[in-house]
Ligand binder design. Structure first.
Ligand code: FCB
Length: 417
């Protein structure tokens, strides 16, 4: 699969980009509409992908990608529990899918990405079990409408991150802190909804000649102790690993529940090390100087740990024996050399795992565009394309990394570093 200079990926490998509705679309009515991020910004216009998706699809085509992972925003489609889908908004998503097909780009549709309709939030969101049947009804109607156009369904994006940042850390709406009971309830309800939604998708979503595929996207972060022998560092790291990795994987994929998924989506960024109960990463406010002094390599969010990608892929394969998509990987930095290195190292780790027999079917770069990075606003630059948010036309400009990624996608090959 490779030569001295190049690493070749399997034939038919999906090379894509990823976005989410709240972060790119704009003109949305959900819990984020009135949320003010740390930089004073909001998501009301975001990248205006809502209107500019034809242009963005043209960019994807220019990049040479053959897949796109994006969310369908529940709040646009239903105004009340069990209401029929809004036909105008549905037509927009159908048009987007048709344009993707015309561009030779395979869609992966995400059904929940950190946002809910206002009427779901008003009744307690995912802490309320009544959200489960409402969500399944949304999925049933959507699958009936889109089954000819979509076969890759990603039910929940990072339930672990959502439940943690919304109910433990206070960063996402409803901005609650240390509500461990609510955290667990949200995960349990989402896991139940995943099983039920999967049944609907696999029974009713058969597209001409193609079986639907269903999975969640799990964020996998390695949690390590900064000082191996410090009981506090170790306890914090283990507590996080247990709560966000083990408990969440068990809830969605443990025992008989594994049968509700035909693939695993893995979102992988890196590692968090703990010192005196503090997460030593830029996203938690640790100073870049301190991190550099310790020799940690970080983007503007977390510590990079490319070797970890290979490890987690082997672990998931051995534990679940399901095909895997890397549903998100990317870095936030204004240093494009750093980003190119980071991508090269992570794709090398991915290639090693594939060579060793892990069945990985695709890779989605986070993100196509610089966008609204939740509580951090527009300060984190994850895009392959820069967006000038000071210009009301929101022009897109490819960054150097876009060209690097484009070559990888077009040749299905990574040049060895
Ligand atoms: C993931 C989220 C995505 C984006 C990236 C940077 O955790 O799924 O929306 O915020 O991180």
């Amino acid at each position: 699969m490779s030569s001295d200079k190049t690493l070749k990926f399997p034939p038919g490998f999906l090379w894509g980009t990823a976005t989410s509705p709240t972060q790119v679309e704009g003109h949305i009515e959900n819990e984020w509409s009135n949320f003010t991020a740390q930089d004073g910004s909001n998501c009301r216009i975001a990248c205006d992908h809502y209107h500019r998706y034809p242009e963005d699809i043209a960019w994807m085509q220019k990049l040479g990608t053959n897949a796109y992972r994006f969310g369908i925003e529940w709040s646009r489609l239903q105004s009340a529990p069990f209401a029929p889908l809004n036909q105008t908004e549905l037509a927009r998503y159908v048009d987007l899918l048709d344009r993707l097909r015309a561009a030779g780009i395979t869609p992966m549709v995400v059904l929940h990405h950190f946002s809910n309709p206002p009427w779901i939030n008003a009744t307690g969101g995912w802490t309320n079990a009544a959200t489960i049947p409402a969500f399944v009804d949304f999925v049933r109607q959507l699958v009936a409408a889109l089954k000819e156009r979509v076969y890759l369904w990603n039910t929940f994006n990072e339930p672990d991150t959502y439940a943690c940042v919304a109910y433990l850390l206070g960063g996402f709406p409803p901005q609650l802190k240390w509500q461990l009971g609510k955290f667990r309830r949200v995960i349990a309800h989402m896991a139940r909804a995943h099983v039920l939604a999967s049944r609907v998708i696999r029974r009713e979503g058969v597209m001409a000649g193609r079986k639907p595929e269903v999975g969640i996207a799990k964020n996998w972060t390695f949690f390590h102790a900064h000082k191996k022998f410090s009981p506090w560092d170790r306890a914090t790291a283990y507590g996080c690993h247990y709560t966000f990795n083990k408990f969440v994987l068990d809830a969605f994929l443990g025992g008989w529940r594994r049968r509700a998924s035909t693939f695993i989506g893995l979102n992988y960024y890196g590692r968090v090390r703990f010192h005196h109960f503090r997460a030593m990463i830029p996203a938690s406010g640790a100073s870049v100087k301190t991190l550099n002094d310790f020799g940690f390599v970080c983007d503007d969010m977390v510590e990079r740990y490319p070797d970890g990608l290979e490890k987690i892929l082997h672990y998931l394969r051995q534990k679940f024996r399901l095909p895997i998509f890397i549903t998100e990987h990317g870095s936030a930095s204004t240093d494009e050399n750093f980003r190119a290195n980071d991508l090269g190292q992570n794709l090398t780790a991915l290639h090693h795992a594939i060579q060793a027999g892990v069945d990985v079917r695709g890779f989605f770069y986070w993100s196509l565009l610089d966008n609204f990075e939740w509580q951090f606003g527009y300060t984190k630059k994850f895009g392959l394309l820069a967006v000038d948010f000071s210009d009301e036309k929101l022009p897109r400009t490819p960054k150097p990394l876009a060209e690097t990624y484009s070559k990888i996608c077009q040749f299905n090959t990574l040049n060895k570093q």
